[in-house]
Design a protein around this ligand. Structure first.
Ligand SMILES: [Zn+2]
Length: 252
């Protein structure tokens, strides 16, 4: 049996300003953003890509996202159970980056190693002020990964994590953002993290821009180089926040 990717929901925000999702484009529209994490099954242990969000009350209080909703049916242990996954069977969690909406709940996985780019971990501990909240590095909260630091393995650059599962650095959105390339029987898929929020980011503006960065970035030059890396991979892109990913749900 080959590898299979299952998208798991973890809350959402509706009506986000278009130009916040696609830099300098879509000023006159809004987008819905779905928070997600992903399970890769079919290998010798379950691999997760990201680990979801905290509960709604915590997110509203700590992050000021009054419009964030995480209905009961999107609570992480429940979505994992529905996907037939026992958290104790998760052997590896690969973090695309350490923004709060991707890396909460690590304590749910007692037998997992947590893999992150070294540069991302360093930045999460000491972000520039405007990004402190995004990394949950505040006076009232701490980055979720801190609770499992003893089980964190940092990597530098591209690395095969398990057969058919490769971490691909895609900096720009954050310093150590990475995607995860998964080779399935149905071809290669790239879990792009927040390098590609929605399909609109990858599809561009249909005129002068082949791809559109998010308005949330640390380095636009790196961001465009990451687009070029993705083009060369030739894999199907799975965006990090597009509700349409959940409609399809299973890849591979
Ligand atoms: Zn992010």
């Amino acid at each position: 049996m080959g590898l299979k990717i299952t998208a798991l929901p973890s809350g959402f925000v509706r009506g986000v300003a278009g130009s916040g999702v696609t830099l300098q484009r879509n000023h006159d529209r809004t987008f819905d953003l779905q928070m997600m994490f992903f399970a890769i099954t079919g290998g010798d242990h379950v691999v997760l890509v990201d680990s979801g969000t905290s509960d709604e009350a915590f997110v509203r209080e700590q992050h000021g996202y009054k419009s964030f909703q995480r209905p009961e049916e999107e609570e992480p242990t429940r979505v994992l159970a529905e996907a037939g996954i026992d958290p104790a069977d998760v052997g590896t969690v690969i973090y695309t980056h350490l923004h709060w909406d991707h890396c909460s709940n690590p304590e749910l996985f007692p037998n997992a190693r947590f893999i992150v780019q070294a540069e991302e971990l360093a930045f999460a501990m000491d972000p520039v002020p405007i990004f402190k909240k995004a990394f949950q590095r505040t006076e009232t909260a701490q980055p979720p990964i801190v609770s499992v630091l003893g089980r964190v393995d940092t990597i530098r650059g591209r690395k095969e994590i398990a057969p058919g599962i490769t971490a691909i650095p895609l900096p720009g959105h954050t310093p150590g953002s990475q995607g995860v390339l998964v080779e399935t029987d149905a071809g290669g898929f790239l879990l792009a993290g927040d390098c590609i929020d929605r399909y609109e980011n990858w599809e561009g503006d249909g005129a002068t821009q082949a791809h559109l960065p998010s308005a949330s970035f640390i380095n636009l030059i790196d961001y465009y180089e990451s687009f070029a890396v993705i083009e060369r991979l030739g894999a199907e892109v799975i965006p990090g926040h597009d509700p349409r990913v959940l409609e399809r749900r299973v890849f591979g």
